[in-house]
Write a protein that binds this ligand. Structure first.
Ligand code: NAD
Length: 434
């Protein structure tokens, strides 16, 4: 096995660039290296795929409502575009780092390859707390970020989408700014748009729907019926709430849900329709949710259940708490919710982990559908979107299940092996441009 030191590639004896210990990028590199070893990947290809193709940082001056000029930092990382135009969301957060964006960009490359979507991987970030901005300030920030990234973005080059703290409205501003500079409407430059502007039906629910398709497939392998399943969900935003809702509709008992305000537990099951209504009427928060016992997010992760869906953020299950996880299946709704050093602990406990680059790939899959629809100017019914999404997610799950059996490796390792192999094979065929 390769040396498990992600700051220094034991296999290839080359330091990986800009890596700090235990960071999301380090986790990504550690898993990449394990898969590279299994694949006996050409060391040159490993080196090529270890670094992003493009890292762009821009300063974003914004005139605030009171007339002051404030300057924010914007990042866009294109990890790889061998399989097609790069694709990945933009997050707005005060603590977003280049390291995190680089990891997320690489995960997008592997994710698109895993579900056979013809895109490469990218990610963007702006260091800002959007809650502190007015709507006008948010719009000016988004438009200037887009203008500064005009040479990076493009429907055939790099296609952004929403991520943490960005939404349909922000995508609409990106589309409009890009279109104004092109002197024509270019809907396919961004996905996750409002439906009226060329968004796809089913996009909002797509990631949670994909999580549930994979979870049902995994339950099938373990011969557990969905109606006999207990489920715990961390995070009650887009991914967590839709995952909880669809599992609830399958007859599963949702033992606990949570958000930033904490966890909510009911041994007889939480009524998800009530929880959704509560959040809608309570400023998007579960704070004070009735008919449930308040617990901490740390306690929630240790609850005995069949399925645990971490759908909040990175690094939630790590070497300090992985041995306390008491689930049979972990379906990673979030990106990177389990650190690389927790993987062997979960493997020893024989917990089936459906890795993020498969489990949450429903979002990018329907983003691909949105891009296809925009380019054709022909829009699909929701039924068609969901049917195609379910089919692609199910086929990808079954495919990785086979790969994991073939090499006797975990589903996560299988996902990396399959995704990296696809990218590397395409790279070999295309060759290195000189
Ligand atoms: P969101 O902002 O809609 O929801 C995030 C939820 O997590 C909120 O309920 C928030 O309160 C909660 N949360 C945040 N920190 C928490 C903590 N420490 N403990 C418990 N709950 C916490 O975001 P989202 O779009 O649902 O994304 C969630 C995760 O899924 C992210 O990792 C994102 O990158 C990933 N993801 C999202 C999509 C998508 O289509 N939205 C696609 C793929 C991956």
């Amino acid at each position: 096995m390769p040396k498990k030191d992600s700051t220094q590639s034991g296999y290839y004896k080359e330091p990986a660039p800009h890596v700090s210990n235990d960071s999301p990028f380090a986790s990504m590199m550690e898993r990449f290296e394990t898969a590279a070893k299994i694949l006996e990947l050409d060391p040159g290809v490993f080196k090529y795929l270890s670094s992003p193709e493009k890292v762009v940082t821009v300063s974003i001056p914004v005139t605030m409502d009171d007339g002051r000029i404030e300057v924010f930092e914007g990042i866009r990382v294109v990890h790889n575009s061998i399989l097609g135009p790069s694709k990945g969301g933009i997050r707005y957060a005060p603590d977003v780092t280049l390291d995190e964006v680089k990891a997320l960009a690489a995960w997008m490359t592997w994710k698109c390859a895993v579900v056979n979507v013809p895109f490469g991987g990218a990610k963007g970030g702006v260091r800002v707390n959007p809650k502190e901005l007015s709507q006008g300030e948010l719009e000016r920030l988004t438009r200037r970020y887009t203008a500064n990234m005009f040479d990076v973005f493009g429907p055939d080059k790099d296609i952004p989408a929403p991520d943490m703290n960005t939404n349909e409205q922000i995508m609409a501003w990106i589309m409009d700014t890009y279109s104004m500079k092109q002197h024509r409407t270019e809907t396919a430059v961004v996905t996750g748009k409002p439906i009226i502007l060329g968004g796809s039906k089913g996009r909002r629910e797509a990631t949670g729907r994909g999580v549930v398709t994979c979870t049902l497939a995994a339950l099938g392998k373990l011969k557990i019926s969905p109606s006999n399943t207990s489920v715990v969900v961390q995070g009650f935003g887009n991914v967590g709430s839709v995952s909880a809702q669809l599992m609830y509709e399958q007859g599963a008992k949702i033992l606990a849900i949570s958000d930033l305000s904490g966890g909510y537990y009911n041994e007889n099951g939480i009524n998800i329709d009530q929880a959704l209504k509560y959040v809608q009427e309570n400023g998007n928060s579960l704070e004070g949710f009735p008919n449930a016992e308040p617990i901490t997010n740390e306690e929630l992760l240790k609850l005995k259940c069949d399925v645990l869906i971490p759908a909040a953020k990175e690094d939630q299950i790590n070497k300090n708490n992985a041995s306390d996880v008491n689930a049979r299946i972990i379906a990673e709704g979030a990106n990177g919710p389990v650190t690389a050093n927790a993987d062997p602990i979960l493997e020893d406990k024989e917990i089936m982990v459906i890795p993020d680059i498969l489990a949450n790939a429903g979002g990018v899959t329907v983003s691909y559908f949105e891009w296809v629809q925009d380019r054709h100017g022909y829009f699909w019914t929701e039924e068609r979107v969901n049917r195609r999404l379910n089919r692609m997610m199910r086929e990808s799950f079954d495919n990785l299940f086979k790969v994991s059996g073939k090499y006797n490796i975990t589903l996560r390792q299988a996902a990396y092996v399959y995704g990296i192999d696809r990218v590397a094979t395409t790279l070999k065929l295309r060759g290195i441009y000189a």
